[in-house]
Design a protein around this ligand. Structure first.
Ligand code: GLU
Length: 508
């Protein structure tokens, strides 16, 4: 694949071989924001012919769960987002932070020995008291007090049984980087204090573990959410020290992806059901549709087209084209893009993917296409042309084909269908029954059925088509909106159609 190193509007050039990573923390369900980040990293890796690493930042034993880890992996598999190095493709000791405490301890020791980090005994209360005494605002935070502790002072703290945190020594200078998405960003000297990289209990923090892992695996491009932007200047300082220690080559390039906003201009929350990837799947999003929609959150394919394949996406995606302003998750737009991808499926594929939904909804006897009965397969194959273009989500297929598969002689009309049964429905049904009785089973075909009903009910008796066909549709489908009526009647067959017409007639 081609690397287009077009120096975009002052954005940095990409390294010759791009190495990216996706490194979630396993603390909850896979959500849209997380998958959006994974998708952009994956697309950039595939577009440039680079490498994607997948690791787990599971350093929070209270919040991390195996269940969350399993769900993240399942989500990536389902979406078709694959990785080149990482979990399952190398030693766990490299890709699970929970198994790397000794590595972080060693790096921390090196930073301490070189004077880039120092032991800090100040508690939050002591720091706050010093800030108050000096007339500084409480929000000032850590004041650098322990930078210059003497060996005697440290020994004294130790003797009191106090354990030090490790803080990074932040230089008194501006920190600047050229963000791949946002252009040059500067944090003025003094914007952030010497920050903690190891807790007094010896636990290494994200601020240390994340850059160390990026460094040892040669990550050179970091694409992550805008919420992490404030940590970037801190990490750049650390990278400089890691480079001096020979642990990192240099700081990676950074690109901070836009926020994904939900309803009412608020950041899409992890708890918002709209953001839960598996709930979207349950509704019947297919991976092509959802990936297409997620790709559009912060990026556009072209001025005129917004439906594209993954291959087209990879071909065109360049992270330097991503827009910095927040993107809005619009479920309606997502659904309409999904509908387009459902239409593009091969009919066989459409049926195979619909089957688990049909099974879930109690419409067929098995969740795999190959385990369906011959009759089920036969009906579904005939139904495809009527249904595939009419559903937007696979979860809608059951409602469309349920009446075709069922052999019930009465389908309870849905409330909105019942409203279609206006005055005169009884007469319409009587006439339809009389007319259809006269059609031989051998002639029970879409065109014939259409023609006789049209001739007898609409032309001859002057009944308006809506009034003529509404009650028939309700009788045979139980729904106000169904697949095309005459085609459905052909698929269902004469005996069941006649029985359903008679049964509804009896009940109104
Ligand atoms: N584990 C971090 C998160 O889930 C990733 C941070 C990063 O990409 O640098 O937010």
């Amino acid at each position: 694949m081609n690397i287009e190193n077009k120096a975009k509007a002052g954005r940095p050039e990409l390294p010759e071989h791009v190495r990216l990573r996706f490194c979630p923390s396993p603390t909850g369900i896979p959500h849209v924001g997380m998958i959006h980040t994974a998708l952009y990293n994956w697309a950039e890796a595939r577009h440039t012919g680079g490498t994607l690493i997948f690791r787990m930042e599971d350093t929070d034993s209270k919040r991390d769960t195996q269940e969350s880890l399993d769900m993240i992996i399942e989500a990536l598999h389902w979406m078709g987002i694959d990785w080149d190095e990482g979990i399952g493709k190398g030693p766990d000791e490299l890709y699970f932070q929970s198994k790397r405490a000794d590595v972080y301890a060693k790096v921390a020791r090196q930073l301490l020995d070189a004077g880039y980090a120092y032991e800090s005994y100040s508690t939050a209360e002591e720091t706050a008291a010093r800030n108050r005494a000096a007339g500084r605002p409480e929000t000032f935070g850590y004041d650098g007090y322990d930078r210059t502790l003497t060996e005697e002072q440290k020994a004294e703290f130790c003797a009191q049984g106090r354990k030090p945190a490790l803080r990074l020594r932040v230089p008194d200078e501006d920190i600047t980087w050229n963000d791949l998405i946002r252009g040059p960003i500067t944090f003025k000297a003094g914007s952030f204090p010497d920050y903690v990289i190891v807790r007094p209990n010896g636990e290494a923090l994200y601020t240390l573990t994340n850059p160390v892992d990026d460094a040892v695996t040669g990550v050179n491009v970091v694409l992550r959410g805008e919420d992490l932007l404030p940590s970037t200047p801190r990490q750049i300082v650390l990278y400089r020290y890691l480079a001096k220690l020979g642990i990192a080559k240099a700081a990676p390039l950074f690109g901070h992806l836009p926020y994904v906003m939900g309803e009412g201009n608020k950041k899409l929350s992890k708890r918002d059901p709209q953001s839960n990837l598996f709930l979207l799947r349950d509704q019947g999003f297919i991976r092509e549709g959802l990936l297409n929609y997620l790709a559009l959150l912060g990026w556009s394919f072209s001025a005129t087209e917004d439906v594209f394949s993954m291959e087209q996406f990879i071909e065109k995606f360049d992270v330097r084209d991503v827009k910095a302003n927040p993107a809005h998750f619009d479920i309606k737009k997502a659904i309409s893009i999904n509908a387009e991808h459902i239409r593009r499926l091969d009919p066989d594929d459409f049926l195979r993917r619909s089957t688990p939904y049909l099974f879930r909804d109690g419409v067929v006897s098995a969740k795999d296409w190959s385990d369906l009965t011959d009759r089920e397969k036969d009906v579904l194959v005939k139904a495809v042309p009527l249904v595939q273009t009419r559903v937007r989500l696979l979860g809608e297929v059951s409602g469309m084909v349920g009446s075709l598969l069922s052999t019930e002689t009465y389908l309870e009309p849905a409330p909105d269908a019942r409203k279609q049964l206006k005055a005169g429905s009884d007469e319409v049904l009587d006439k339809a029954i009389a007319v259809l009785e006269g059609v031989d089973e051998a002639d029970w075909k879409t065109d014939t059925l259409h023609q006789v009903l049209d001739d007898e009910l609409v032309e001859k008796d002057g009944i308006k088509p809506r009034l003529a066909f509404g009650p028939i549709r309700v009788a045979i489908s139980g729904r106000r909106v169904s697949p095309p009526l005459f085609e459905s009647m052909e698929i269902i067959g004469k005996p069941v159609v006649m029985a359903r017409l008679a049964e509804l007639r009896k009940r109104i």
